[in-house]
Every structure is written in structure tokens, then in C-alpha cells.
Design a protein around this ligand. Structure first.
Ligand code: PLP
Length: 337
């Protein structure tokens, strides 16, 4: 789910290779750029006064969402609730924080099952996680209804829009801070945001979330740090801001539409060949393919992967062209003939 960075972002990142936004009193300029990047991320995610920072990626943002929820709750036996479609970083979060992960099933449309969510939450649930753009099928969980379930049980609501966040503003899906009273979000510039790696985004509605993450930093000239990592990439911060300034909103809209067209085209081509395909909702196509065909395509150099249940998974990231898809289809036809 990575892509070629925008040229302006690549160039800007090079100027900040030795800076560290983890020490904002020393690296003031990159700290200012980070504030601007968080404001822009907030605009994309529908939050007027965002609180947050540029993380190393969606994994860190998800861990931090769980950590903040755990720190803000009073229970001594916390649990979190997430759909089986959630990214494996949620498993890592539960493991490193020593919290029970309650995994709920998805429905026929690969979206979190609401009855199961309602049954899974209890007074010890600290956060419910919904995914806006799942890793395997590109689906968007029913964020509004999940938020209601979370808040009614006293839990927080976190949305993992790590991959979907730079496409969903151009759709009618419910996913953002304005669509539902969600508490936090993961939204990664280094995925569809076309920023250089590493650039994840952690956003929160309230400053209290960041306060719950902050630890004292005695040897620095600032008093506390809310991030999970200490030293961070200033190149990631500067690159992310440059990418977002260059592409939000028109460039992202164009990329989303182009890649949605590509995904729709690819799904139709698979269907025309009698290959069972999961309808793309975002630009991600999953299709049933014989394991030997998959292996042969990998050997040809195609960077394809598989879902947990073994389907071919193709993510149409911004660098994917119609030409490359046609070339892929030609190889597929040759291998299958
Ligand atoms: N969340 C989702 C939905 C993802 O698809 C991914 C990675 O693909 C992640 C989180 C983890 O992001 P990262 O690899 O940047 O830590």
C-alpha cells in the first residue's frame, strides 16, 4: 500500500534528513511544519481543531489509539473490540499493551457486524475500532453505528483510515470526524497520500487524548512527549506536508478517480475471464486465482499479494497505470492458457 512519492514531497524530504521533530525545541522549523501537516490532515479528516502528530505509520497510530484509550479509562481489566478485518497492528497493540482483543466477525459485505459489536462491548471496553478502507477488501465499516455502540458502553471510538483516508473525502461513505463523533483516527500520508515513507498520521478530537499519551522528558527543553517513538523522521514530516500541499484536494481526487476506474476495469476483466472477483468499493481488487497461477505471476515480477483466505489482492495505488494492468492481464492470459 505504498506508492511513488510526489516529486515535491521527495525534494522537500531531502532537506530534512537530519532533523528530529521528537525534539521540537531544537528542531523548531520541522516542528512548525508538523503543526501545519496536522492542520491539513484535520481538514482532510473533517476536524477543525485537530490534535495529533505525524507517526511512523498506521501501526503506531493504532497502537497509540489503544494506549490513549487504556490510559484514559479507569478499568483495571481493559478490552478492545475490533472486526476480524482490522489490520494486524491491532493485534500488536493488544499484545504490547497487555489488553484483551475481542475480535468480531464481518458480514457478507466484509463490514464489521454490528450485532456482534454490540454483544462484545462491556463496561471494560476502552475502545472500539472501525476500519475505513480495510487492508484486504477495501471496505468501510459502519462507522456511525459503531461509534454509537462504543459511546453507549462508555468506550472511545477509533477509526483506522490509514489507507482509505486520502480517498474517502471524495466518496459518500461515512468515515470522518464530521460524519460521526469519533475520538481518534489513523490516516497515513505515506499510503494514498503519496508522501515519502515514513509518514503516518494520528489525529484526535480532544487535546486530552494527547495528554493521556504524554510522558515527561527531563533532558529535553520541552516538558513532555506524546509520540510512541522518540527520535522521528523530519523528512517524513516535511515530505508529508509537501505532498498534501501539492495534492489536496484536486490531486487526490484525480488519483482516487483514476484508480477507482482502474480497479473497476480490472474487476470487469477478471469477471470476463470467469474469475470470481470481490467488487471493489475502493481501488482494491480481490479475486480467486489458482495458487500456481499466483506463484507464476510473482515469478514474472508482479508485486501481488494474497488475502488471508488466499485470494489474489491487487491494490491500485497512484502509480498503477492502465498500461501496466493490461500487461498484467496479458501475462495472466498466457499463464492460464
Ligand atoms: N491500517 C491499515 C488499514 C493498513 O492497511 C495498514 C497497512 O497496510 C496499517 C494500518 C499499518 O500501516 P503501516 O504499515 O504504515 O504501519
Amino acid at each position: 500500500m505504498c506508492t511513488v512519492p510526489h516529486p515535491a514531497a521527495r525534494e522537500e524530504a531531502l532537506g530534512f534528513l537530519s532533523t528530529n521533530p521528537g525534539d521540537p525545541a531544537t528542531y523548531e522549523m520541522v516542528a512548525e511544519l508538523e503543526d501545519e501537516a496536522v492542520d491539513l490532515l484535520g481538514e482532510i479528516a473533517g476536524l477543525d481543531s485537530p490534535h495529533g502528530y505525524l507517526a511512523s505509520g498506521g501501526t503506531e497510530a493504532n497502537i497509540q489509539a489503544v494506549r490513549a484509550a487504556r490510559n484514559m479509562a479507569s478499568t483495571t481489566d481493559p478490552n478492545i473490540v475490533a472486526p476480524e478485518s482490522a489490520h494486524f497492528s491491532v493485534t500488536k497493540a493488544a499484545e504490547v499493551l497487555g489488553i484483551e482483543l475481542r475480535t468480531i466477525p464481518v458480514d457478507d459485505a466484509f463490514r464489521a457486524d454490528l450485532d456482534a459489536a454490540a454483544a462484545a462491548v462491556d463496561a471494560d471496553t476502552v475502545v472500539v475500532i472501525g476500519v475505513a478502507g480495510t487492508t484486504e477488501y477495501g471496505r468501510i465499516d459502519p462507522i456511525g453505528a459503531l461509534t454509537q455502540i462504543a459511546h453507549e458502553s462508555g468506550a472511545r471510538m477509533h477509526v483506522d483510515a490509514s489507507w482509505g483516508g486520502f480517498m474517502l473525502p471524495f466518496t459518500d461513505h461515512e468515515w470522518s470526524f464530521t460524519d460521526a463523533p469519533i475520538d481518534s483516527m489513523a490516516i497515513d500520508p505515506h499510503k494514498f497520500g503519496q508522501a515519502p515513507v515514513p509518514a503516518g498520521g494520528f489525529l484526535a478530537r480532544e487535546q486530552e487524548t494527547l495528554d493521556a499519551l504524554a510522558v515527561d522528558t527531563p533532558y529535553l527543553e520541552t516538558t513532555s512527549q506524546a509520540t510512541l517513538t522518540g527520535t522521528r523522521s523530519g523528512a517524513g514530516v516535511a515530505g508529508a506536508l509537501a505532498a498534501m500541499e501539492a495534492l489536496w484536494p484536486d490531486g487526490y481526487r484525480t488519483s482516487y478517480r483514476e484508480q477507482m476506474d482502474n480497479a473497476t476495469y480490472l474487476a470487469a476483466e477478471f469477471a470476463a475471464r470467469g474469475i470470481e472477483t470481490v467488487d471493489p468499493v475502493l481501488p482494491l481488487v480481490a479475486a480467486s486465482l489458482a495458487p500456481s497461477t499466483f506463484e507464476s505471476l510473482r515469478e514474472q515480477g508482479w508485486r501481488i499479494s494474497r488475502t488471508a483466505s488466499g485470494e489474489l489482492r491487487i491494490v491500485c495505488m497512484p502509480h498503477v497505470s492502465r498500461e501496466s494492468l493490461n500487461s498484467f492481464l496479458a501475462d495472466l492470459d498466457r499463464i492460464r492458457s
